[in-house]
Each structure stands twice: as C-alpha cells, then as structure tokens.
Design a protein around this ligand. Structure first.
Ligand code: AMP
Ligand code: MG
Length: 325
C-alpha cells in the first residue's frame, strides 16, 4: 500500500465534491465516483466513452450496509458474502434505494462488491458512502493494473489517482446474478467458479440461461491496439512465424508448455505456468506488446478451469471483431 493517509483524505474530498478518483483494487484499477451523485456517475461514462446502458459496480466498504444498496438479499447471497467478501466477487441483486438509475444503466438490478485492497478500503472508510467504479480505461480497451497504466489511459480526465501498487489479482471480479432461482455466472473472474460451487453445494447456471442481459458484452472488449488471434497451443509458434513472414509485427503470448521454443517474431512474452501469475500479468503483457509496436498478437486459451476461465474469457473478447461504439 503506497497511498498516504493525506492522499486518501484528498481523494475522499474529491469524491465528495463530485470528482473522479482512480483507485487501486485487488482486481484492476477503477475509475470511481460517489455512487449517489448522478452527475459524477455520468462523468464516468463520458470519460470512458462507455455506452450509458452499461451498468457500473457499486463498491462498498463492508457488507453491513448491503441492505441499503440492494433489496431482497437472498440467503445464497448472504452465504457468498460471508465467504468471499472482501474479494473479487460481484453480486447482482435487486436495486436498493441508495442506487441511482444512472449507475445501473437503467436496470432494476445493481452489482455490488467489497474490494479486497487496503487503499480501496481506506478510501471507502474515509468517504463513508459507496463508490461506483468500472475499470479506469477507455471503453473496450485493456484494463489498467498499475497507476501508470491509468495515467497513460486517462491523463487529466481523472481528477485524482491513488497509487496502490500493481494489482494482485489482475483480472476483473467474477459476477454472479443471485436474483434468479439458481445463481448464474455473468462474467468469470478473480474467484474461480469451482470455489463458488463448492460453497453453494450446487452447480452455477451457465451465462446464457441468466435472465439478465449482460452489458459490456460487445464482441470486442479488453482489447489492445494490436489485433489478437487465437491458436491451439501447439500451433502458436507456427502461426506467429507465418504472420511475421507475411509482414506483420507479431507479438506472441507463448504458452508455458512451449517455453523452450525459438520463435521468429517481433516480441515474445513467456506466459507463466501458474494461472494466478498469468491473470496478474495478462493486461500488462498486452500493453507491453502494444508498446513494442506489435500489430498482431498470437495467443492461445488456457484450460477452461479455475482462473484459466477468466483469462480465456478476456483473451477471447480481446480477439473478438472490433466494434465501433
Ligand atoms: P466493468 O465492465 O469491468 O466496468 O464492470 C462492470 C460490469 O458489471 C458490467 O460491464 C456488467 O457486465 C456488470 N454489471 C454491473 N451491473 C450489472 C447489473 N445490474 N446486471 C448485470 N450485470 C451488471
Ligand atoms: Mg472494464
């Protein structure tokens, strides 16, 4: 934790005055505003270039005031809160009275979590209210995992940047919709689905069965400047070399199993074998390959289990057809 007490007090003052504060969380850096100030929340959408229908996550300092932010909190939600908060788990619940519609993209549901980062928690405590915060990047691009990434992404558009060092988890929270009969995964993330299922004692519903339209589901998201193409792990080297021969400046996310391979490409990142380390590094790797001038990135999806599910989801979206919203 590198932010000072005075920095936290200043950031809380900026939030009270209707400003925007970039804050570290354990997942990625967020672009935060007072959740109860509709004008400040609207500015988040403007700064990010995010469509107003994409709801934001409300961050709170502890689970105790949850009933002010959400209505009808079911027993399954209480169980998950008990076990996983603070942590990278977001719950979608019925919207409570403190949440303005602008924060939920007009939905009658709200996404809430308690982040597990000392700086975020200190800010929430000093501020005293809820902070709506999407990732602190322009809409559709790679999420920031350091304070420098935030400054590079948003520059002066953010009023205050709290530096809490590099993010420990590195991918966004797991989002679970607990408004239906069976809890459903809306987005895989920092808490593995297997851990949630173990606590719930039942399988989670698959995303397509959820009743809630999942915003932020444009085909292209989490995308670096370079185009991303996916290949089977054993074909990554051949695909990369072919594209390089065809005149691309190729960046490679080289799977751990092929660590010893010689690759004739513009830049190579050796992917860590541990999924936790891969998740922590993922967005930094994509930024690094952009910074090295790659125009094409070849990667493969890790096994779809544990944190590999979240990593694969982000890579898949990064490789999606680019939209022009
Ligand atoms: P981010 O996209 O990382 O800024 O995190 C916000 C994401 O949380 C949105 O893109 C949605 O996928 C999800 N979300 C927030 N509120 C809701 C909601 N009420 N219902 C469904 N998903 C939500
Ligand atoms: Mg985001």
């Amino acid at each position: 934790m590198t932010a000072s007490t005075s920095g936290i007090d200043m950031a809380a003052g900026v939030l009270r005055a209707g400003g925007l504060v970039a804050l570290p969380t354990e997942t990625v850096y967020g672009l935060g505003a007072n959740a109860e100030d509709p004008a400040a929340v609207s500015r988040i959408f403007q700064v990010k270039g995010r469509p107003p229908s994409h709801p934001l996550i409300v961050h709170i300092g502890d689970a105790e005031p949850l009933d002010d932010w959400a209505e009808e909190v079911p027993a399954t939600a209480r169980l998950l809160v008990e076990r996983f908060w603070p942590g990278p788990l977001t719950l979608v619940l019925r919207r409570g009275r403190r949440v303005p519609l602008v924060a939920t993209g007009g939905l009658e549901t709200v996404a809430v979590r308690v982040p597990d980062h000392p700086v975020a928690l200190a800010l929430l405590s000093a501020f005293g209210g809820g902070i709506t915060a999407p990732s602190a990047n322009r809409f559709g691009s790679v999420s920031p995992t350091t304070a420098d990434d935030v400054r590079a992404e948003l520059g002066d558009a953010v009023d205050f940047v709290l530096d809490g060092g590099p993010c420990r988890v590195g991918v966004e929270s797991t989002i679970i919709d607990v408004t239906g009969e069976v809890p459903a995964v809306l987005r895989p993330g920092g808490v593995p689905c297997e851990d949630l299922e173990a606590v719930l004692g039942r399988p989670l519903a698959v995303p397509s069965t959820s009743r809630i339209r999942v915003p932020g589901q444009h085909p292209s998201h989490y995308a670096p400047r370079a185009r991303v193409v996916l290949a089977e792990p054993e074909k990554v080297v051949a695909e990369a070399e072919l594209a390089q021969q065809q005149g691309h400046r190729v960046g490679v996310l080289l799977p751990a199993a092929f660590a010893d391979a010689e690759v004739k490409a513009h830049a190579v990142v050796q992917v860590p074998g541990s999924m936790a380390a891969y998740a922590r590094g993922l967005y930094g790797f994509l930024r690094e390959l952009d910074q090295k001038g790659c125009d094409l990135i070849v990667a493969s999806l890790p096994a779809a289990e544990g944190l590999g599910l979240a990593i694969g989801n982000r890579l898949h979206r990064a490789a999606g057809p680019r939209n022009t919203v």
